[in-house]
Structure formats: C-alpha cells, structure tokens
Design a protein around this ligand. Structure first.
Ligand code: FAD
Length: 468
C-alpha cells in the first residue's frame, strides 16, 4: 500500500451502510475510500444475513409447498427429496452474483477499496492493516460502519457444530434431525422455518410470552398458529439456564412457568440478537466511549464526539436493519457534503420473511395505547380477499391503526403472504402524512392482496366493502 492517499471520506466497513455511503459520496463528488477486512464487500446482510437467508427461505418454500400442497393442484409429487448441496450452491450463486455487483458498483463510481482492517489511530488518522503491511491515511472525514456480530450466551458458547449461530445455520451440510432455536425473533423464526420445511423437528424457545415480540399480540398469535400447523413447536416464557453437550445431542436446562424442564435436540441455534461490532477499531484513540449497549453514540447528523468522525448502521442506536443502515448512509454523506440529509425513523418498516410474512411500520396498537393515544383500528382478513383465495394465501390480516381525531395513519401491521411487499404502500402513505381515508380511497388493482390494506383502511371507519 502507498502513503499517497488523500481522501475526503474514508469509510470503515463495507456492509449496506458502508458501501451505500461510498457510492453516494462518490456521486456527490467526494474522493472516497472504503476499507473492508473481509474478503468480500456487502457485510453481514449480503454474506451471512438478509440475502442467504432469503435464498434458503425461497428454496425450502418451493420444496415444502410441492410436498404439502402439490396434490391439491393436481401435481403428483411423490417421493420428493432435497439435495442439500445443490440447494446451498443455489444460495451461494445468489450471494456471489450480488458480491460481484456491489464490487462493480463501487469501482464504477471511482471508490478506492482497501482490503484490510481499519483502525482509528488518533486525531483524524486511520491505520489500514493488511497482512504484515499497513498504511496510515488522514482523510478529511471518517465514517464508521462496522456493523454487528451475533450475541453469544455465556451458558451456550458457540462451537459451530452442536451450538450454532445464524452464520452456521445458513450453511449446514446435513439436515439435522432436531433443532432448538433459542429466540423467537426474525432470525430465529426465519431459519427455524427453513430447517423445519426441509425436515428438521424445530422447537422455538422464547423467554417472552410471545414470538415476534415487536408485533401486536394478534399478529404474533396468528403467525404462531400457522407456524404450529407447519410443524414448528414453541416453548414460550421459557428461559434457558444451562446446557450440556453429549455426543449426539445437546441437553438444555430451562425454567418455564410450570417449573424446571430439560429440552434436547441434535443442534441448538442461538438467535437472541446482535451486538455492535467495534473490536480493534481504536475508538479510545479519539475519545469515543460506547453507551450501555455497546453502541457508538452519535448526534442527529451521525457525528460522534470525535471531530470529523461519523457512525451509521448497526453500530449506532436504532433497529438493526439493512435498510436503516442504507438510509443513514445516504443522510450522513449528504450532510458531510453540505446538504441536509435526513432519516424518518418513524416510518422504518420491519419484516419477518416467514410464510406468512409479518410486516409493520409506525406504532402498533399496544404502543399507541401505552402512549395514551386515542386510536381507531381497521382490520381485514386475507380470507375475504379473492386473490388470497386463488393463491392459497387465506391466513392472515392487514391492520391499520389511525388517530381518532385526525384520521392520520399511526401504524400498519400485516401478517400474510407478501406482507414484505404490501407494507411499502403503508410506508409511502405514512411518509406523506396520509390518513386512513387517503389509503382507503387510493385505487388498488383487483384482484390483489393489496386490497386487504385498502379494506383495512376502510374498516377504520366501519366501511369495509367485503366484510360482513
Ligand atoms: P454490516 O452489514 O455488519 O457490515 C459491517 C462490515 O464492516 C462488515 O463487512 C465487517 O467485516 C466490516 N468491518 C467491521 N470492522 C471492521 C474494521 N475494523 N475494518 C474493516 N472492516 C470492518 N436486515 C434486514 O433489513 N432485512 C433482513 O431480512 C435481514 N435478515 C438478516 C438475517 C440474518 C441471518 C442476519 C444475521 C441479519 C439480518 N439482517 C437483516 C440485519 C442486517 O444484516 C444488518 O442490519 C445490516 O447488515 C447492517 O449493516 P451495516 O452496514 O451496519 O453492518
């Protein structure tokens, strides 16, 4: 590496936060460098997160639907089996194609990519180490986008074989006979669904009394009911307290409402969340202290306490989501370039990509009530929607929560097929400050699942057309 590098902006970490920031910065005319310690760009999301998990969800769904529902369509699909190595190759192909795409994009924009470990080295300086060589650069601005890592439980240390993380669970070489998933959030439910569809006996253990705990009770109840029909088991209000590894299984000690129990399975997937990643980042050299949840504190412009040092994405407070990181990337870089970047945190959608999918934006019924808001609610069942009936997607509902006084939409929650796509319309209406009536009077193509959202908006004032 040479020392002749002068940059307007140097970004550490090339996940959806970092690489998006690099592209936007280049578009705005900033001379930009991107430092990534891993071999590939794309971060958690592309390499071990959003993308591989969705590829596995799709493949396993094709198998599951043919096996369970083929006959209903006159498709004779007896003796179906899965070749796991082909299925994994398909996933790898998707990931590789996107890796190449991201690399080409940043290069096309003239971003200089350093493959190495970035570390703050005192005021305004960054040391980039690769193998035995290292250089120190002094960019005008530094952006930290180092993301997050899986949380390990002290009594369930990862060994990559019997006690595994999501990184391992997207790359198993054999379908396990049984799997305990510790954590009933997005990652646990998605990967639990994948392996359950492929033939594993999956039990989801959750310390809270419900799964998908950020969603309203009716949404998570409905989802759990359907997952149960699909073969997943649930042990709610259950706290794991210890583990014992035997040759062919792991035995977990757990406390339930009814007392102590032992749970056992061939493998245990620990999916209890992620923690910001700042190892070896040299934060102490510029006086940055982490908050109580190990996050880098920033102000509204994403500035840290160190002059010229900014941070975005999973490493700062807020939901750990790829699209949140991307929005922050754009807003932060635009601010650095003298524009007025902004992220509307009130309308960040949240999705669980199971079947049915769960999607929400804004506040739910529970939060609205906790905040003392006077609300009115409209709900519409997929069972009363023509397209849902034609597409075997009759379970679930759309739900619109609006302010009684202003009719403004405060939140939307959907449990049903394609909720991840349907929620986009709710986000757009909320972004523009739309009311339930605005949504209700928007023309929707027929027959589409999106009509469930229109009908839910109509139902806010008791005017749904297709419900009794
Ligand atoms: P990351 O993507 O974590 O990227 C950080 C990058 O920084 C990494 O490449 C890392 O190697 C690099 N780095 C760290 N330190 C250094 C250093 N010192 N020097 C050089 N490089 C460094 N989110 C969604 O929105 N939708 C989903 O469907 C979804 N599914 C997920 C499924 C799974 C299984 C997992 C694990 C996560 C999922 N997420 C999903 C979360 C999403 O992946 C993260 O929110 C997102 O990747 C955060 O982006 P980021 O840029 O902040 O950090």
């Amino acid at each position: 590496m040479s020392e002749s590098n002068t940059f307007d902006l140097l970004i550490i970490g090339a996940g959806p936060g970092g690489y998006v920031a690099a592209i936007r910065a280049a578009q705005l005319g900033l001379k930009t460098a991107l430092v990534e310690k891993d071999q590939n760009l794309g971060g958690t999301c592309l390499n071990v997160g959003c993308i591989p998990s969705k590829a596995l969800l799709h493949s396993s769904e094709v198998f599951y639907n043919l096996q369970k529902h083929g006959a209903e369509h006159g498709i004779q699909a007896k003796g179906l089996s899965v070749d796991l190595s082909t299925l994994m190759k398909k996933k790898a192909g998707v990931v590789n194609q996107l890796r190449q795409g991201v690399l080409q994009l940043v290069k096309k924009h003239g971003v200089q990519v350093f493959n190495g470990h970035g570390r703050l080295a005192g005021d305004g300086k960054v040391e980039i180490a690769s193998g035995k060589s290292s250089i120190t650069v002094a960019p005008k601005h530094i952006l930290l986008a180092t993301g997050s890592n899986v949380i390990e439980l002290p009594f369930l240390p990862f060994d990559g074989k019997q006690i595994i993380s999501s990184d391992d669970a997207i790359a198993l070489d054999k379908v396990p006979k049984s799997l305990i998933v510790v954590g009933g959030g997005a990652i646990g439910l998605e990967l639990g669904s994948v392996w359950s569809r492929l033939g594993t006996k999956v039990t989801v253990v959750e310390s809270l009394p419900k799964i998908a705990s950020t969603f309203d009770d009716d949404v998570s109840r409905q989802a759990q009911l359907i997952f149960k029909k699909q073969g997943l088991d649930f042990s709610l209000s259950t706290k794991i307290t210890g583990s014992k590894k035997l040759k062919t299984k792991v035995v977990l000690a757990a406390e339930t409402k009814k007392g102590s129990v032992n749970l056992e399975a061939e493998k245990v997937l620990v999916a209890v969340g992620r923690t910001p990643f700042t190892d070896g980042l040299g934060l102490e050299t510029v006086g940055i202290e982490l908050d109580e949840r190990s996050r880098i504190p920033v102000n509204e412009q994403f500035q840290t306490v160190a002059k010229g040092v900014y941070a975005i994405g999973d490493v700062i407070p807020g939901p750990m989501l790829a699209h949140k990181a991307e929005e922050e990337a754009v807003a932060c870089v635009e601010t650095i370039a003298g524009q007025s970047g902004h992220v509307n945190y009130a309308v960040i959608p949240n999705v669980i990509y199971t079947d049915p999918e769960l999607a929400s934006v804004g506040i739910g019924e529970i939060t609205a009530k906790e905040q003392g808001k006077e609300i009115k609610i409209g709900k519409f069942n997929f069972a009363a929607n023509g397209r849902a009936l034609a597409a075997d997607a009759i379970t679930g509902f759309s739900k619109v929560i609006a302010c009684i006084k202003t009719d403004r939409i405060l939140g939307v929650q959907i449990v049903g097929r394609n909720a991840s796509e349907l929620i986009g319309e709710a986000v757009a209406h909320m972004e523009y400050g739309g009311s339930a009536e605005d949504l209700a009077r928007t023309v929707h193509a027929h027959p589409t699942l999106s009509e469930t959202l229109k009908e839910a908006a109509l139902a806010v004032d008791g005017n749904a057309i297709h419900s009794a």
